[in-house]
Write a protein that binds this ligand. Structure first.
Ligand code: G
Ligand code: G
Ligand code: MN
Ligand code: NA
Length: 251
């Protein structure tokens, strides 16, 4: 397949790219940071999205190479933005597979030092780990990142699957939940977002509502006590230049 043939050389050919989606404070609607999202600009295949390329990268055994490219590039961009005296954060998605490698924390520390980025400007986003032996390694790595000063986020938190015991164990600063939790349904006419925000309060975790697509979701999330929001209703993922223009306008 073209994808399998082309992907291994993509880093060396300079074909990887990041787009940045603003994260906004819900009280004042001002940007607080961005989430970096990987794009592969292939001259052969066009723009390939992570959902398509990550499974192939997994099969080829090159996820690590891609992820370290992303972390490096995102921190370099963050250093540029920080030099302009902007207190923005940069969130980066990391697979459990890469997070659990032994030197993950040391390599992250090295990148932060290389670009002279204040560690608390970096947010590492991870998906809920499976319950099992992997969990204690995830806990250890997240704790290691936090001891550097890096912040941690649990991505795609799904209230219906939540294992409370697991959530209590995870050393995280931010909980990202989908905006559909704000929507009332026939089964749950009082939306579940309140429950998640209360849970966050108890655990000392701020809630970021993501995939916000409507003004109703935005208002509902704010009223429920979510601190931050992200989604097409606020801003789409865009190139570095366009996100800078966005900061000039709104930040
Ligand atoms: O950018 P997009 O909306 O297509 O992202 C789809 C999925 O890919 C999301 O789950 C997102 O977390 C993930 N993703 C985007 N960029 C990266 C990345 O750099 N590394 C990893 N591991 N996942 C990413
Ligand atoms: O899994 P993760 O949360 O990292 O996924 C981020 C993905 O969500 C990106 O691919 C981004 O393009 C997508 N995304 C961002 N905002 C919205 C939105 O408002 N609606 C939908 N459907 N997807 C969104
Ligand atoms: Mn994410
Ligand atoms: Na998410």
């Amino acid at each position: 397949l073209d994808l399998e043939r082309e992907l291994p050389g993509a880093v060396a050919r300079g074909e990887l790219d990041l787009v940045y989606q603003p994260v906004v404070g819900l009280a004042d609607r001002l940007p607080v940071g961005t989430e970096a999202l990987l794009r592969w600009r292939s001259p052969v295949l066009g723009t390939v999205l992570p959902a398509e390329l990550l499974p192939v990268a997994e099969d080829l055994g090159i996820v690590g190479e891609l992820e370290w490219w992303v972390l490096d590039r995102a921190c370099r961009q963050l250093a540029e933005w920080s030099a302009g005296n902007r207190d923005l954060w940069m969130a980066v998605n990391v697979t459990t597979r890469e997070l659990t490698t032994p030197d993950f924390v040391a390599r992250t520390a090295a990148i932060l030092a290389a670009y002279d980025v204040p560690p608390d400007r970096l947010v590492v986003e991870v998906a809920e780990p499976r319950v099992g032996p992997e969990l204690s390694t995830v806990v250890a790595r997240l704790a290691g990142l936090r001891s550097l000063g890096v912040r941690t986020a649990l991505d795609d938190f799904r209230a219906e699957h939540a294992s409370l015991a697991q959530l209590r164990r995870l050393p995280i600063d931010l909980l990202k939940v989908g905006a559909t939790l704000v929507d009332p349904t026939p089964e749950a006419p009082r939306p579940l977002i309140d429950v998640v925000v209360n849970l966050g309060d108890r655990l000392g975790v701020e809630v970021v509502v993501e995939d916000v697509e409507s003004a109703a979701q935005l208002d509902g999330a704010y009223r429920a006590g979510c601190r931050y929001g992200q989604g097409f209703a606020l801003a789409r993922p865009v190139t570095a230049e366009r996100v800078e223009a966005y900061f000039e306008e709104f930040g």
